[in-house]
Write a protein that binds this ligand. Structure first.
Ligand code: NAD
Ligand code: TYD
Length: 414
């Protein structure tokens, strides 16, 4: 039996994607409020992610675009929405390099349309409902730019310095959301999280791509020297942080969310290989690490992200709960148990993307062509692709006019 509906609904945009789906499932498992998921089902959106709530009377799925203001206005009105949790985005940096147009369209113009629809709707609400309304802008730490090894982590007052078309488009949306708060009083909350990992992540991102490629006997493509650092946040911790922000953060506030798990990419890939060696060994007895291949770096590759999360800990009492080693083990298990899920999201579009991004990526800098699999330590032999906050500038394997392959539309009527 579903819990009684006591309050208005949440409108979750991008709820068929990785973090959005985890958030919807988590919300419905813990809270009583109904959820309306609005998702355009691009290549990254997959209704199978929401299969377990398909018959939950508190959940409504709507196939549509955040830029469709009439549709959004109707949903806000009909479902008496009390909060928008805005995940919908083009989210992959490499795709933004290959074809930035879609990023400007969805992340900037789509977010603007959503903010405008929210502003109009809030203007129609009685005072108490207007005061309770929230627009949660889910953003990224990438808007802050790139850190050197000794730089202090990003805080909420770090100036924006986006370096990729993806992060620039997210920064633009964050500015528009901030403007809506300051100018019109729309009760906006903004969060900047670090790299998420966990179930349902599309296999274009580092961790699921490596698991997929390892299992298929394909190379594990490490960009540049593999010493770029990311702070890994388990998606369940991200969801709990977003619930805390929705429940307790003051309108107009901004919070960073991290996993307290900074790791160089090469270390992450080697840990994945060790986990796969243990949980699903290769039939020839060799380590999956033998498949690691250093390839041409990503242009403009941000060197390091790190999060100072004293504000969310102090104000909201939130801390990440999942240790990276345990979270990664659970994630590897999930992917091994859901290889059918990976196959279903591998559309023709996905295979075209793999060809576009990886075919012809030359081997990486000298000395990195064959990995040293005997060492448990990250390979730091060459800094040829740049260190500190200076970005790598090796030639791109991606033609500048390659464009983003068309999204595969799935047959779900609105
Ligand atoms: P994702 O690519 O897995 O999912 C995005 C979802 O948005 C998909 O379901 C897609 O169909 C939907 N979508 C795209 N364009 C749309 C449109 N015009 N209208 C409606 N729906 C649309 O992304 P994710 O990894 O789940 O990221 C979710 C949000 O979190 C994004 O805003 C992203 O910038 C942010 N974020 C992600 C990470 C991460 O590590 N994945 C880190 C920081 C911030
Ligand atoms: P990604 O998962 O694309 O997230 P982001 O670029 O938003 O941080 O990449 C994480 C890190 O892994 C990033 O430093 C790029 C690197 N990477 C590789 O080395 N090889 C790959 O094939 C991919 C997809 C990423």
């Amino acid at each position: 039996m579903s819990a009684p509906i006591t309050r208005g609904a949440l409108l979750v945009t991008g709820g068929a994607g990785f973090i959005g789906a985890n958030f919807v499932l988590d919300w419905l498992a813990r809270e009583g409020d109904p959820v309306v998921t609005l998702d355009a089902l691009t290549y990254a959106g997959n209704l199978a992610n929401l299969a377990t709530v398909a018959r939950d009377p508190r959940h409504t799925f709507v196939h549509g675009d955040i830029a469709d203001r009439a549709l959004v206005a109707r949903l806000l009105r009909e479902h008496q929405v009390r909060a928008i949790v805005h995940f919908a985005a083009e989210s992959h940096v490499d795709r933004s390099i290959a074809g930035p147009d879609a990023f400007v369209k969805t992340n900037v113009l789509g977010s603007f349309a959503l903010l405008e629809a929210a502003r109009e709707y809030v203007g129609t609400l009685p005072d108490s409902a207007r005061a309770a309304f929230r627009f949660l802008q889910v953003s990224t730490d990438e808007v802050y730019g790139s850190l050197g090894p000794q730089d202090p982590p990003f805080s909420e007052t770090t100036a924006f310095d986006p370096r990729s078309p993806y992060s620039a488009s997210k920064a633009a949306a964050d500015h528009l959301a901030s403007a809506a708060w300051h100018t019109y009083g729309l009760p906006v909350l903004t969060t900047h999280c670090s790299n998420n990992y966990g179930p349902f992540q599309f296999p274009e991102k580092l961790i699921p791509l490596m698991i997929r490629n390892a299992r298929r006997g394909e190379r594990l493509p490490v960009y540049g020297d593999g010493q770029q650092v990311r702070d890994w946040l388990h998606v369940s911790d991200h969801c709990s942080a977003l619930r805390a922000v929705l429940a307790r953060a003051a309108p107009g506030s901004r919070y960073n969310i991290g996993g307290s798990s900074e790791r160089p990419n090469l270390e992450v890939v080697r840990t994945l290989c060790a986990l796969l060696d243990e949980l699903s060994p290769r039939t020839d007895g060799a380590s999956y690490a033998a498949q690691i291949a250093f390839v041409t770096d990503r242009p403009g590759h941000d060197r390091r992200y790190a999060i100072d999360q004293r504000r969310i800990a102090g104000d909201l009492g939130w801390q990440p709960q999942v240790r990276f080693e345990q979270g990664l083990r659970d994630t590897v298990r999930w992917y091994l148990e859901h290889e059918d899920w990976v196959r279903t999201v591998e559309s023709g579009e996905y295979r075209r993307w793999l060809d576009l991004n990886y075919t012809g990526r030359d081997p990486g800098p000298a000395g990195h062509g064959s990995p040293d699999t005997s060492s448990g330590h990250a390979d730091t032999r060459s800094q040829a692709t740049g260190g500190g906050s200076d970005k790598a500038r090796t030639a791109s394997a991606i033609p500048p006019d390659a464009g983003t392959a068309p999204a595969s539309r799935k047959g779900h009527a609105r």
